[in-house]
Design a protein around this ligand. Structure first.
Ligand SMILES: [Zn+2]
Length: 310
């Protein structure tokens, strides 16, 4: 599962890089050459299990505080159907007071499992809440649930066309360490009070952060000769809330700065995401074959997330 998600993110990156014409050097590489990340937070207001005593509002508060303390911008992606109780509603409102929000569909379907019409209805159903929460800010960014943009080219094209008509940009993902996979297992370990298991989870998470950052940079450099601004996928989960301060510190230690989603995707590599009327990206295998860029080495997980604390 890890590999497939990392591969999906790298596939996206490869696609981005391969799908555009030669471009001028990005702003970020012209001066300090520090690589940059735009942080995005999905599944607001709820994702995965929680540790005993936590609320959805707590998690939003802690993640927002970690970002604000470091003056880091972020963009949140909302599933309106998950604002289903007072706590979740408070969480979504809290996030939207702090940071902008975009569309992650009403109830998080996989485009490969529904018709294009059903999917479009999901996009539209989420809009009134986004409009209400945004108070005039730009909410017309769309993040595909499961990062599934459609295996069937016709369906993929139909959805892109609707996104274009409705004025959306697509939020890409070019850095991803499967943060979502830690939330349920952490909730289990916290319920058992298993501090040793939680420490192992923390170590594994930080290792995943480090590995995925190196992998994304290696792919970008292999294909493109330099960094692109990266768009990082995270979620509003319990373990995310616990680890965000350490994650941010680790990225800084690795030399990264942080920028807004808007600024990251201003890079020409994201042209096909910023304008869904354009042709989507090329398949990963074609790009890799053409450039001879090797697969990044897979990471060896330090814990078994499926069985830990069961
Ligand atoms: Zn999601």
């Amino acid at each position: 599962m890890f590999r497939s998600i990392i591969a999906a993110a790298i596939a996206t990156l490869l696609g981005l890089l391969g799908g555009c014409a030669p471009v001028a050097p990005p702003v970020e590489s012209a001066g300090t050459a520090r690589p940059v990340i735009a942080i995005t937070v999905d599944d607001i207001p709820q994702h995965g299990g929680m540790a005993p005593g936590e609320t959805r509002l707590d998690l939003s508060r802690r993640i927002v505080a970690a970002l604000k303390t470091e003056s880091i911008p972020a963009y949140g992606f909302i599933n309106g159907a998950r604002a289903e109780d007072a706590d979740s509603i408070s969480a979504v409102e809290h996030w939207a007071e702090a940071f902008p929000v975009g569309n992650h569909s009403w109830s998080h379907p996989n485009l490969n499992d529904v018709t294009a019409d059903q999917y479009v209805a999901e996009i539209i159903a989420n809009e009134p809440m986004l409009q209400r929460l945004s108070k005039g800010r730009d909410w017309r960014w769309f993040r595909y649930p499961f990062l599934a943009e459609g295996e069937d080219p016709e369906k993929r094209g139909a959805v892109r066309q609707v996104l274009a008509q409705r004025g959306y940009r697509i939020a890409a993902v070019t850095m991803d360490f499967s943060d979502w996979a830690y939330n349920d297992v952490y909730a289990r370990c916290a319920a058992k009070g298993d501090e040793a298991a939680i420490a192992a989870l923390e170590e594994d998470w930080l290792d995943a952060v480090r590995h995925s950052a190196k992998g994304s940079r290696a792919v970008a450099k292999g294909l493109y000769g330099r960094d692109v601004p990266y768009v990082l996928l995270t979620h509003i989960g319990s373990f995310d809330a616990r680890m965000f301060p350490r994650m941010i510190a680790l990225y800084r230690e690795m030399g990264f700065d942080f920028v807004s989603l808007e600024r990251a995707q201003a890079h020409p590599a994201y042209a096909a995401d910023n304008d869904p009327r354009l042709e989507p990206r090329q398949p990963i295998w074609a790009l890799m074959q053409a450039k001879g860029v090797p697969d990044p080495a897979p990471r060896a997980p330090k814990v078994d997330l499926a069985t830990l604390c069961i």
